[in-house]
Design a protein around this ligand. Structure first.
Ligand code: SF4
Ligand code: SF4
Length: 494
């Protein structure tokens, strides 16, 4: 057992309101420079839609990620002849039109235009060429809120039937925030001929060494999530750095800190690195279970010993025990990886949206309690859609998540209305009262320090006493004592 630690973000899709505050927080800190104008290390897509860059999920076109061949997982974008042929030309890169030509407005003209008969205007100017743009053709969220759904939503490759978005009766919408997934098997790292990309041993964050990068752009082709970008000014690759300067000082990522919907959870997972290669060889539909199997119980003494032997500090093990992400991914089996079939083993996880139940079904709560209809029939967001997005097409995995989310909803509805729900509804979903209360708390009223459990970085020369004074340790203690109070308060805030 080769136990490693990974810092991970989980997203609760039901709670995202598509405000893009996260994207702006990220942009203001990290990509507000010349050459980075079109980059959105954090972006929020409207789904169904084509995303950013357009059609990024189409690996026939972009050839990102890995493919299982015999006993190996090989990069789709590379191979002996293919690598040499694409040394000076990457045929599968997104074009600037697939992102968008970044622009700003000529505000100076509003104040500085010479006197004339016309009202001065602020024309759009390309931030690449400086030339006016006559017709703006796109942006990072051009299809926001289903603008132009026939054009965009119907092209979503995850839709089981494109006709769903043709009718108001069946149309649906949700948001999908995306950052780099800091994958366990990052194809960007594997593809780099200069070895400029690397995965940090201490926390699993994937970074680009700017001094080593030679701008080959193999990483951009190889990443199936298109989360590496080319800085056209510096000629180097850039990507989300998981806000490591913040995380190293016990602070949470800018996107999570600013998240208005409080949809993000940040915490540590311990995993068995020995099993990654084997897990990636599984069939698409089995990849979620294979990934879950790699995630280890941080309370297990053997796991703790193996982690300590690998240099994982006591505080990181403590953080893994208090990790909300561990609870959501492994304990409750609710959060799922984005497109596991791309075979990079992404380390961001999504709780699929339960979505409004279809009002045409009548009082669905009662009908379901009576067993007249089953849950998947009532969901506005099709289960098949979510399965293609988050479970390698495995409907069963998504249905299990839906049953749990629904059970918590019905249970808490009963508690709050003083009409306790049938206990069987929790049992059938594999939950108990305490679990339901914990989930309810995490999803609704959990404070900042419960949603984000970040251990301080272990630095050279730091004594254990000094480390304990770091903010993160205090947070862990507080989370523990708050959790102990949970049952007493019945899941409600004081
Ligand atoms: S999502 Fe991030 S870590 Fe994974 S392959 Fe893409 S750039 Fe690399
Ligand atoms: S800030 Fe939060 S709620 Fe707003 S778009 Fe980003 S992830 Fe969604």
């Amino acid at each position: 057992m080769d136990v490693r630690a990974q810092i991970v973000m989980a997203f609760h899709l039901d709670k995202c309101i598509g405000c893009h505050t996260c994207s702006l927080a990220c942009k203001n800190i990290w990509s507000d420079r010349r050459g980075t104008e079109y980059m959105w290390w954090n972006n929020v897509e409207t789904r169904p839609g084509v995303g950013y860059p357009r059609g990024w999920e189409d690996q026939e076109r972009y050839r990102g990620g890995g493919v299982a061949e015999g006993k190996n997982v090989n990069l789709k974008s590379m191979g002996k002849g293919r690598t040499l042929a694409s040394l000076f030309f990457q045929p599968n890169l997104p074009r600037i039109e697939d992102y968008y030509e970044p622009f700003d407005y000529d505000y100076g003209n509003l104040a500085g235009a010479p006197e004339g008969d016309d009202q001065p205007v602020a024309r759009a100017l390309s931030q690449v060429s400086g030339q006016p743009i006559e017709h703006i053709q796109g942006s990072a969220n051009w299809d926001d809120d289903l603008g132009g759904s026939r054009l965009y939503a119907a092209s979503d490759p995850n839709l089981p039937d494109a006709a769903i978005v043709e009718s108001y009766a069946t149309m649906f919408m949700q948001y999908l925030p995306r950052i780099c997934n800091h994958c366990l098997h990052p194809s960007c790292v594997a593809s780099c001929p200069s070895r400029a990309l690397y995965k940090r041993g201490e926390d699993g964050v994937v970074l680009v060494d700017q001094n080593t990068c030679r701008g080959w752009r193999f990483c951009i082709s190889a990443c199936p999530y298109k989360k590496v970008y080319f800085n056209w000014k510096s000629g180097k690759a850039e990507k989300c750095i998981f806000c490591y300067p913040r995380v190293e000082t016990g602070q949470v990522n800018a996107c999570a800190q600013s998240c208005v919907g409080r949809i993000r959870f940040v915490g540590v997972l311990l995993y068995d690195a020995d099993g990654v290669a084997e897990a990636l060889l599984q069939k698409d539909a089995d990849l979620v279970e294979a990934t879950r199997a790699l995630i280890l119980d941080p309370k297990d003494r053997e796991v703790q010993k193996a982690a300590a032997k690998n240099g994982v500090s006591e505080q990181w093990i403590e953080a893994a025990i208090g990790s909300p992400v561990y609870a959501l991914v492994k304990e409750f089996r609710l959060a799922l990886p984005l497109h596991p079939e791309f075979r990079t083993m992404p380390m961001t996880y999504y709780i699929p949206s339960l979505s409004p139940v279809l009002s045409t079904m009548g009082d669905t709560y009662r009908l379901m309690e009576k067993g007249t209809i089953s849950l998947p029939e009532t969901l506005r967001v099709p289960v098949d859609y979510l399965a293609r997005l988050l479970a390698g097409g495995n409907r069963g995995i998504v249905e299990e998540v839906m049953r749990k989310l629904y059970a918590v909803r019905v249970f808490m509805r009963g508690e709050n209305l003083g009409q306790p729900a049938d206990p069987a509804i929790l049992q059938q979903a594999g939950l108990d009262r305490e679990g339901a209360l914990r989930l309810y708390r995490l999803f609704t009223i959990a404070g900042f320090n419960e949603r984000n459990v970040i251990p301080p970085q272990q630095r050279e020369g730091q004594t254990p006493e000094l480390r304990k004074q770091e903010a993160g340790f205090g947070i862990l203690q507080r989370v523990k004592s708050e959790r102990n109070d949970l049952t007493r308060r019945g899941g409600k805030d004081d």
